[in-house]
Design a protein around this ligand. Structure first.
Ligand SMILES: Cc1ncc(COP(=O)(O)O)c(C=O)c1O
Length: 395
């Protein structure tokens, strides 16, 4: 038996433990760690949604469902998309998946041949990088920067298009940067997609969570876009339902049979109880979404004020629930900063390198804990920042 390195498929390029796993291991040996790492908020799923899940279980929702998802849930998703200014979809144009996460891989498996190019703003949500890697597609990173609050522009996209370009991924609001593409710029980006016949994967999972004047224009509703757009979303973020594992993708009817079959082969169907809870989320009272949004808005202000006080620049979070902070300003690279912040301050954050950042300057700080815990995290961070600055002053 030879070792894994010689046995793993060539397409698997990352053989080492992921830095997230390493940090989780460090954290498990420490007391009272404040986790501002994973994008999994402390918030409970609203009670009426939990109840719907419990009732569904009691009523026997313990079987596979239709492979594409329960018809009534797909109808509710179609209505929800339309209610928020998106395109009109028929239930047959929607596939319910175990989280939006799986949808990324279904889309990549279904649409990318080896060598096809997938364009993604960089830094960007890392599973898209893995989806390109595992399908042997070429990931084309479009570098965005703090100077422009990490906003993707049509000119940037155009500069990266080649004859092999096939998919343009738009994550709006963006993870890890929290930036939102202004609607007028999004229209220009879509015009580039039409001009170069690109398929757009529009990840709108954070679309309900925007702050200030920012708002998300659903891509598929723009002229000429419905036929070339696959919209990806889910209930995890807007309804505090990360553990229920329900997401979906919606796209033109002619793409769906093939993509649905890939999903069928991977998962058979999404969990029935999760789908019943998602149905309750989308068809029940919607005030909970605004409450969740307001909660993140308040946390975002507290965290940003704390960063200002420490002299750490950051991208203004216009959406999602992350603050992308230029922690290298303290004097050490972000990966070192995050490891020290965890080991010495017992605060977990993730370095931007995880998200394919081309610098080692940034950390993603998730707004996944209460305001008192965020204040406590800021105090601990202050201690670590001061220690780093003292070391640099005396060096
Ligand atoms: C941009 C983005 N898209 C999709 C997902 C997938 O979420 P889920 O699989 O819980 O639907 C996430 C999760 O963090 C995300 O950040």
């Amino acid at each position: 038996m030879t070792n894994a390195r010689t046995r793993l498929a060539r397409r698997v390029q990352h053989h080492d433990r992921h830095i997230i796993t390493r940090m989780m291991d460090i954290a498990s040996g420490l007391p009272d760690v404040i986790s501002l790492g994973r994008g999994d908020p402390d918030l409970d799923t609203p009670a009426h949604i939990v109840r719907a899940g419990q009732e569904a279980l009691a009523a026997g929702a313990t079987h596979y469902t239709h492979p594409m998802g329960m018809p009534e849930l797909r109808q509710a998703i179609a209505d929800d998309i339309a209610r928020h200014g998106g395109a009109r979809y028929a239930p047959g144009e929607i596939v319910v998946t175990p989280g939006g996460q799986q949808a990324m891989f279904i889309i990549a498996l279904g649409l990318l041949d080896p060598g096809d190019e997938m364009l993604l703003a960089c830094p960007g949500y890392n599973p898209y990088l893995q989806a390109a890697e595992l399908t042997e597609a070429k990931l084309v990173e479009i570098r965005t920067s703090l100077d422009t609050n990490f906003t993707l522009t049509a000119d940037m996209v155009r500069a990266h298009v080649t004859p092999r370009s096939k998919i343009l991924v738009l994550i709006n609001p963006a993870n890890p940067t929290g930036s939102v593409i202004p609607p007028a710029e999004l229209e220009r980006i879509c015009a580039v997609a039409v001009e170069h016949d690109l398929i757009v994967v529009s990840d709108e999972i954070y679309a309900r969570l925007t702050y200030g004047d920012a708002r998300v224009q659903p891509v598929a509703a723009l002229p000429g876009m419905r036929e070339r757009t696959i919209t990806l979303s889910g209930v995890s973020k807007a309804y505090a339902m990360t553990g229920w594992r329900v997401g979906y993708f919606a796209g033109p009817a002619d793409f769906m049979p093939a993509l649905a079959e890939i999903h069928h082969a991977l998962a058979i169907s999404t969990s029935a109880v999760g789908q019943h809870a998602a149905l309750a989320a989308l068809t029940g009272p919607q005030e909970c979404v605004e409450e969740i949004r307001r909660t993140f808005d308040e946390r975002r202000r507290v965290l940003c004020d704390g960063l200002v006080a420490m002299g750490i620049p950051y991208a203004e979070p216009e959406g999602a629930f992350y603050v992308y902070a230029k922690v290298a300003e303290t004097g050490v690279p972000a990966t070192e900063f995050c490891e020290r912040l965890l080991a010495e301050g017992r605060v977990m954050t993730f370095p931007g390198t995880i998200y394919g950042d081309y610098t080692d300057d940034f950390a993603r700080i998730s707004l996944t804990q209460s305001v008192p815990r965020i204040r406590e995290a800021l105090e601990r961070m202050q201690g670590v920042v001061e220690a780093i600055r003292r070391e640099h002053a005396s060096a």
